[in-house]
Design a protein around this ligand. Structure first.
Ligand SMILES: [Zn+2]
Length: 469
């Protein structure tokens, strides 16, 4: 009894700020149920249904008191499973531009046989949530819907209207992109003076310490190249000297030579400048070195140990799909490899193709296709109106952690809205480690603390924007 009381006193004496930040926010149990339902509703292109999820989320919001007349479900023609949900909470000032929370609810396909746990079961274990989409990006989707429910329940009426769009199809797989569809067909309904979606958030080091709050200031573009080699085939019992699976194997091995130069723009410069004093001494020195000498081999070798830092600094290309042959007892006639490239903002794809051809170094292996998508519009500038509320909320929720712009290693739906004139930023307030919770891969995860702190952060941040003049 005595030691318990002493321990409690000691805790109260040393950690009042931390205790305050970690006190549960109102409605956490209801939020967890909402998040669980989102994860357990399969929204992958192969086996899922976004329309089922938007109906469930709309029903849950209605049951929690959100006015049904302010919820709109849109199902694009010919895509019955690609439903989207838009919610509107009107503000007091009809002339003030709205604040929009945007999130894609579809997820990358998950093969049950490859996962340790069922990908569509919401599992909490050792302080982590597991399940397809917990990190990309159903935690943020659940936070958006939860925000709407909380604001409506409070009778909150700020000057600016608050909107939410939960969309389907960002991850591809042949599904109509809902953000693009809304931008084209419901431009007025989703109009906003500022929109937030996935990207950025916060970086954790290997020990789980917070390094920085990150705001996406630019994102990479991407494209796929298809390599192909063909041959006459024939009976497998009479093999020729050459075999196109072997030659494709060699071509793919040669891709190891592909190494694009380090290129730093204003955003990754700001990011490394902010991180250098907060990471271990070796990484910090390497960050300072590349800021003055971007090609320094030793500094690059140290930073390249992080998959995030490596990808931030240069264009990358990797083989992601391979198919070949047509029968176990036949020599192969056709082999194809898909190479997925991620280019730095503003960099064209054509020089990348030339670099691939040079690395492969086999005229029999040809580039037969390139799919680059439309060029991404430049991101809107990080204005003081955009950054000041993030700085202010971060000082309260994550005291002592710096806020920095960053260049994301992937692309988001922000480009779809930027293209129609809605300033859209990537910011999640969710802290993740170097692997970002292994998004798109196996056993996707995110920490419970990261989600609950992100929820509290976004509840305050969206209010701060909604009250801006
Ligand atoms: Zn995503």
């Amino acid at each position: 009894m005595k030691s318990f009381a002493l321990a409690a006193l000691a805790l109260a004496a040393v950690a009042p700020a931390a205790a305050q930040a970690q006190a549960p926010s109102p409605g956490e149990a209801a939020f967890r149920e909402l998040f669980k339902e989102m994860v357990e509703t399969d929204t992958s292109a192969a086996t899922g249904d976004c329309t089922a999820l938007v109906r469930k989320t709309a029903a849950r919001m209605t049951a929690a008191g959100f006015p049904a007349g302010q919820l709109h479900i849109f199902i694009p023609d010919g895509a019955p499973k690609a439903g989207n949900l838009v919610a509107v909470l009107p503000g007091k000032d009809p002339k003030a531009k709205a604040v929009l929370m945007l999130g894609h609810i579809d997820v990358v396909n998950a093969r049950r046989e490859d996962w340790v746990r069922d990908p569509f079961a919401f599992i909490e274990q050792d302080g982590e949530y597991y399940g397809r989409g917990v990190s990309d990006m159903k935690a943020q989707d659940a936070i958006w819907a939860d925000n709407m429910i909380r604001y409506a329940a409070e009778g909150y009426k700020p000057p600016r209207t608050i909107k939410m769009a939960l969309t389907c199809g960002e991850e591809g797989g042949g599904v109509v992109n809902g953000a693009g569809w809304l931008a084209k067909n419901q431009r007025e309904l989703i109009d906003a003076g500022i929109a937030l979606t996935e990207g950025g958030g916060g970086d954790l080091d290997a020990q789980g310490r917070k390094l920085a709050v990150t705001v996406m200031a630019a994102e990479k573009s991407g494209g796929n190249f298809v390599l192909e080699t063909t041959g006459p085939g024939g009976h497998s019992s009479k093999p020729r000297q050459d075999n196109i699976i072997v030659s494709m194997g060699q071509a793919v091995a040669n891709l190891q030579r592909l190494d694009f130069p380090t290129e730093l723009n204003a955003f990754n410069r700001a990011y490394f400048t902010a991180l250098a004093p907060r990471v271990d001494a070796e990484a910090g020195a390497a960050m300072r070195k590349v800021l003055t000498d971007p090609q320094d081999p030793a500094a690059n070798a140290i930073l390249n140990r992080s998959v995030s830092w490596r990808a931030m600094m240069r264009t990358t290309c990797i083989p992601t799909l391979i198919e070949g042959g047509h029968a176990a007892n036949a020599q192969p006639q056709r082999v194809r490899t898909t190479i997925n490239c991620r280019t730095l903002p503003g960099s064209p794809l054509e020089p990348v193709e030339a670099a691939i051809v040079a690395a492969v170094n086999d005229p029999a292996v040809k580039v037969i296709g390139m799919n680059g998508g439309p060029p991404r519009p430049p991101a809107p500038p990080l204005t003081p109106q955009m950054m000041a509320p993030i700085q202010a909320v971060a000082a309260k929720v994550f005291p002592g952690v710096p806020v920095t712009p960053m260049q994301e290693t992937f692309g988001t739906d922000s480009s779809r809205l930027i293209a129609v004139g809605i300033p859209t930023y990537g910011f999640s307030a969710l802290f993740r480690g170097d692997d970002a919770g292994n998004i798109h891969g196996l056993n996707e995860h995110i920490s419970v603390q990261s989600v609950m702190q992100g929820r509290e952060f976004m509840y305050r941040l969206i209010k701060a924007y909604a009250e801006q003049k």
